[in-house]
Design a binder for this molecule. Structure first.
Ligand SMILES: Cc1ncc(COP(=O)(O)O)c(C=O)c1O
Length: 390
């Protein structure tokens, strides 16, 4: 077999840091250990039955066996507009301000290709979801990190960024509730973001993947609820977390008309929209009872409370996340995020994600997914406690 070298562009893509974590976990499982795997971000619950039933029924509809309309069915875009009005009081034009996505990840990776030219700067949160980096590389753009620090509630401080760099920025990514820190945004931060973006002509992409998951009775704010937000940005929403539909690969972008048009133009060339039956089931998810979402959030909140309490009981001084399904935990003195994650895996058989995998400012933390039962989370905390590190 001839081995064809990958293009220079592909070779520049960042290495998948978490692939090595998966290998390490499998090696310990292969030794016969019962590993509690809290290292990944894959929702553990099934899709609510009424959404599955809608797909089953729609799959039999011959209309959907043909090519779907290029930019998606209008009924789904109208459902998105109804959802944004109902949940956030935001008015959306379904034809001009909605783009259907093959999962949030696809939209996030597409955005730099849509808006930036070679050498332009893209502002990216650090720590942050690594897929932002991939789109920046594919667009041959330059990435500038915005540090997220505990003392600023893991919000970027625009004043600390170098103005010469900011002037070259064309695009920025934000994500609240935040992966990996579990922090949530405030209305005043989003106001500041709109002014900053207007001043420097930066397009804002707010990744709202965990938009439904806020704790202590606080519903996370949508960026689009901020006055002027649609002038400067879009929000990317996914069905993966809100409705446990990670395997279905569907999401949408809403907001600034020119950014939505750019996504649609790119997607006209990449795809012919998505299987109509998935679009129909997705509309059902948005329009029918949201009781399943309330129950899901209550489940994550109960897990968070149990886990954080159990960690405090063993002497680990941790903060409870305000949203998302992650907890961001400081590593004890004397360890890096990787050596600590290795220690937990090898000695407590608990897998966590080292913070360094999310960027330089992730060092000093590990990320835990609240994606298993309260009993298993409690047991994970007890196993960690037995190491007597705190
Ligand atoms: C911050 C963040 N954004 C986006 C996504 C992408 O979700 P999907 O591609 O499943 O819609 C994820 C998934 O883990 C995420 O954590």
């Amino acid at each position: 077999m001839t081995t064809f070298p990958q293009s220079n562009l592909l070779q520049q893509l960042p290495k998948q840091f978490f692939a090595s974590l998966v290998q390490k976990v499998h090696a310990v499982i292969a030794e016969g250990r019962d590993v509690i795997n809290l290292g990944q971000g894959n929702p553990d619950q099934p899709t609510p039955p009424h959404i599955v039933a809608a797909l089953q029924q729609a799959a039999a509809n011959p209309t959907y066996h043909k090519y779907s309309p290029f930019r998606g069915y209008s009924f789904l875009k109208e459902a998105v507009a109804t959802f944004y009005k109902r949940e956030y009081g935001v008015t959306i034009d379904p034809e001009k301000e909605v783009a259907i996505l093959f999962g949030g990840k696809a939209g996030l990776v597409e955005m730099p290709l849509c808006l930036v030219n070679e050498g332009d700067v893209v502002l990216v949160p650090d720590p942050g979801y690594p897929d932002y980096w991939s789109g920046v590389v594919l667009a041959r753009a330059r990435m500038e990190m915005m540090p997220l620090r505990a003392e600023n509630n893991f919000l970027p401080n625009y004043e600390e960024l170098d103005e010469r760099v900011v002037k070259q920025a064309k695009l920025m990514f934000l994500n609240y509730p935040n992966n990996p820190t579990g922090a949530t945004a405030t209305e005043s931060f989003f106001k500041e973001t709109v002014s900053f973006a207007q001043k420097y002509g930066i397009a804002v992409v707010h990744d709202f993947a965990y938009g439904a998951i806020g704790f202590d009775g606080k519903k996370p704010v949508s960026f689009l609820q901020t006055e002027g937000a649609k002038d400067v940005g879009i929000e990317i929403y996914t069905f993966s977390k809100t409705y446990n539909m990670a395997g279905w690969r569907i999401g949408f972008a809403v907001g600034n008309e020119s950014m939505i048009e750019a996504i649609n133009v790119l997607q006209d060339h990449l795809y012919v929209s998505m299987f109509g039956a998935i679009q129909e089931a997705a509309a059902v998810a948005l329009l029918q009872s949201q009781q399943c979402v309330a129950e899901l959030v209550a489940t994550y909140e109960a897990r968070r409370n149990t886990f954080i309490r159990a960690l405090k009981d063993v002497g680990w001084n941790v903060q409870a996340p305000a949203g998302s399904f992650f907890a961001w935990l400081p590593v004890p003195k004397g360890y890096t995020s990787e050596t600590f994650a290795d220690l937990l895996l090898n000695q407590a058989h608990v897998a966590v994600a080292p913070g360094i995998g999310f960027g330089e400012h992730g060092e000093g933390y590990v990320r835990v997914g609240l994606l298993t039962s309260e009993e298993r989370l409690k047991e994970a905390a007890e196993r960690i406690g037995r190491l007597q590190l705190f």
